[in-house]
Structure formats: structure tokens, C-alpha cells
Design a protein around this ligand. Structure first.
Ligand code: GUN
Length: 316
């Protein structure tokens, strides 16, 4: 096979990095247990959203693997905001619970912002509370949102320098884009945040040495929008069900075609696969950023347990 003169892009293996982090967290949990502390995570899952059920089961299973106590609360879809607030208040007050995670999305009648603000910042392992967002932006120790924290771990553990680099984040959500931009800035990158109203997006993305795509649209970032040799971080997890689209993204890829024929869908990130070929390094989908999210949640739970229970405060 003929390749160009430049070397092939590196695949940044999220599964391997997540395994490394989970192993470290497991050791830390064992040390805490020797001091009589078992970190505890409570997960609230409202109603019966299949995707959320899968995520939550996976979080609870990982807790068990690492020796973290976990509790799953599954109120019905009809729960009111006030009832949810009571539930959160009880978990805030309970000493054996170090982390509280409210799985999103919540039913439309529940006031999500009010609930996220009701979680004690000390137990906010999702890093969604405005107090933690403020701490992150002012460079204080904070519980940081798991997906952006995972992005930083991938870069650091892969030896990809951040300081002084042009980093472009496409997407400005409170959960990924904004905190990712803040964390890259804290790591001394020169950061640009682009979004749906950005004019001439390519002008910015083509300057990116680190490009983070968190838009939620399959293959939105094309090869022409990428600076050759850039590091591409693909946060998107988009299910594609149209055969023509699968063939467009993965021309001649027999294994994708077989998977699609079997399941009727395939997963594509926010960056078109052809763009990876011009990159210096990239996170695959699946097996990239997504793999880190639960590992970072476990790490946040242990960080919260240590800070709250007065042992060596992590990050402090
Ligand atoms: N739903 C999808 N991703 C997340 C996440 O990271 N945290 C919570 N709480 N809910 C989610």
C-alpha cells in the first residue's frame, strides 16, 4: 500500500487510557479502605430511557469493579421537581455518599437547572454545579466535568503538549464545549471556541493544532477543515441509520458494512473518518473520548471522598 511521506496518524486509544485510570483509582480506593473509608456514589435515574439505563448500569458496574459503594435510585417518570429536591437533600446529608449523579436528560416537567444547583458542590461528581464551574474558571481545585477531564487526560497521557498550542473547540455546551475550553486554557493553550453561529468555521479549524469536536452532528468536521498533522479529539457519538451515509463515511469498509447490516446502525463521530487520515493523532469513535467518561467519574468520586472526609485533599 502506498502512503504519503508523512507518518501515519497515531490512534489515541481511549479504552487503554481508561483502563490505566481505573487501575489507579482502584488502588486509591484500596488505600482509603485501609483508613476505614469506602467512597460512595449515588446515581439517580428517572423513568425508563433505554440509553440512560445502559449508561447508568455501566457506571454502577464500574463502581463494583473498583470497590466503590454505589446506589441506584430509580424514581418514576412522574416524579416532581420538589420530590427530586427532597431526594437530593437526603443524599446531600448522608455521610456515606460522596458523589451524586443525576442522569440526564430528565423529563421535561422537571426543572433540571434547579436540581443541578441543589446538589452539594462537594458531592457534584459531574462537575455541573455553578460553584464547580466557577472554581474551574478561576483555577481553583474543582470537581470538573468528566468528558472534558477525559480529553485532558488523553492528551497528557499520550504526551501531546497543550501549552502554547492553538486549540479550537467546536461546540459551546455547558457539559463539554465550555469546560473543555476552560481546561485547555488552564493548561496554557491558546483557545478559540466556535459554535453554530461562527462565520467561516474552516478559517478557525484549519488553524487548530488541537481540534475538539463536540457538536453532535455526524461527520460535521471534514478533511478540508483540518490542519495536516493536527490532533483531533472527537467527542461525538452519533448513530447513523442511513445506508448511503454509512457508505459515504466508510467507503469500501467491509467490517463497518457488516456491522451495519447486522444492527441497522453504526456510530460515527463529529469528525468524518477521512479527516483522520490527514491528522497527526486522533481519538477513534467508538473507543476514544467516550471510554474515558466513566473512568473520570470514578476518579471524581474518589477525589470527592478524600476532600470531604478530610484525608489528603486531592487537588488541594
Ligand atoms: N447524560 C449523558 N451524559 C451524561 C453525563 O456525563 N452526566 C450525566 N449526569 N448525565 C449524562
Amino acid at each position: 500500500m502506498k502512503t504519503n511521506e508523512t507518518s501515519l496518524p497515531r490512534v489515541l486509544d481511549g479504552i487503554a487510557i481508561a483502563a490505566e485510570i481505573k487501575a489507579e483509582v482502584g488502588l486509591e480506593v484500596a488505600r482509603l479502605k485501609e483508613q476505614g473509608i469506602t467512597p460512595g456514589l449515588a446515581v439517580i435515574l428517572v423513568g425508563e430511557v433505554p440509553a440512560s439505563q445502559i449508561y447508568v448500569r455501566s457506571k454502577v458496574k464500574t463502581c463494583a469493579e473498583l470497590g466503590i459503594y454505589s446506589e441506584m435510585l430509580t424514581p418514576p417518570e412522574t416524579i416532581t421537581t420538589d420530590e427530586m429536591l427532597d431526594l437530593v437533600a437526603e443524599l446531600n446529608a448522608r455521610d456515606t455518599i460522596d458523589g451524586i449523579l443525576i442522569q440526564l436528560p430528565l423529563p421535561a416537567h422537571v426543572d433540571t437547572k434547579r436540581l443541578l444547583e441543589a446538589v452539594s458542590p462537594a458531592k457534584d461528581v459531574d462537575g455541573f454545579h455553578p460553584v464547580n464551574a466557577g472554581r474551574l474558571q478561576s483555577g481553583q481545585p474543582a470537581l470538573a466535568p468528566c468528558t472534558p477531564a477525559g480529553i485532558i487526560e488523553i492528551l497528557k497521557r499520550s504526551g501531546i503538549a497543550i501549552a502554547g498550542k492553538n486549540a479550537v473547540v467546536v461546540g459551546r455546551s455547558d457539559i463539554v464545549g465550555k469546560p473543555a475550553a476552560m481546561m485547555l486554557l488552564n493548561a496554557s493553550a491558546t483557545v478559540t471556541v466556535c459554535h453554530s453561529r461562527t462565520v467561516d468555521l474552516s478559517k478557525f479549524t484549519r488553524e487548530a493544532e488541537i481540534l475538539v469536536a463536540a457538536i453532535g452532528r455526524p461527520g460535521f468536521i471534514t478533511a478540508e477543515m483540518v490542519r495536516p498533522g493536527a490532533t483531533l479529539i472527537d467527542v461525538g457519538i452519533n448513530r447513523v441509520t442511513d445506508a448511503a451515509e454509512v457508505e459515504r463515511f466508510f467507503p469500501g469498509d467491509a467490517s463497518r458494512a457488516a456491522g451495519f447490516a447486522k444492527r441497522g446502525s453504526t456510530v460515527v463521530g463529529d469528525i468524518e473518518p477521512a479527516a483522520f487520515a490527514v491528522s497527526g493523532a486522533y481519538t477513534p469513535v467508538p473507543g476514544g473520548v467516550g471510554a474515558l467518561t466513566i473512568a473520570m467519574l470514578m476518579q471524581n468520586t474518589v477525589t470527592a471522598a478524600k476532600a470531604r472526609r478530610g484525608t489528603t485533599a486531592a487537588g488541594a
